[in-house]
Design a protein. Sequence first.
Length: 287
Amino acid sequence: MHKDRYHLHRPLYHQSLFKWRLNFCGFFGLAAWLLLMGSTPVYAAHPSPAGGDIPAIAIIIDDLGNGYERDKRAVLLPGNLSYAFLPHTPYTAELAELAYRLHKDILLHLPMQATAAESLGPGALTLDMSARQLRQTFLASLASVPHAIGVNNHMGSLLTQHPGHMQWLMQAIAESGDLFFVDSFTAPKSVAYKIATENRIPNVKRNVFLDSDRSSTAIRQQFYRLLAVARKNGIALAIGHPYPETLAVLETLLPTLAERGVRLVPVSQLIYLENQRIRTWRASLSH
């Protein structure tokens, strides 16, 4: 269904996982792999990215697919941004193809039930679904977003707090190929990223929302906050939306990242960097 996910310009860790599955299939290969990894979450091999210790940020633009001109402007932003498309929307297929040609990371922006009664749109996962219904809905949504290599949640402040439903979702994600998961972290009690890790799904959690306040001043302040988090932790992830105010700020500030000593990477590469950071921290504890 997503065989083109392994195109040469896609993140290299997807190719590595694919080759591993071909070369180590079978019981003995799996046993050896599990013995080697122990309790460490499975992240695929990825070459050390250029940039060394330069702080890295990733930015995901959410909610794409319902507006053509607005969303196309977002896709054409400069640099390695990542794009999350809502399923079953009028312009998702066309604009995801454009993003793919521009070598961008593409995610399924999966609607999930919120604590407030909000319209979720088609393809939403809800608390009243059975495991089978949830899996079928997820698979149909994934199929509607060409070239998707990852998943993040749209809303979901209720559903992401429910371990059972998150376990069903992560099982469906694990069965669907080499996908990663981004917890948009719309609720402080979200367990989505934790259960993704338990299911050995590469994952990362959002640090900053760029445009909860849509004023240009507030968006700039959040952008600078994103840079500060990256300088402190080495990496940081922001989520924004295709609002005119957000796009205007990004068009102005993204070209200044090099002079600010920060690099912009695809979210797939940020996940690799996060895994490196965790391994370094664990190694330091063992000494």
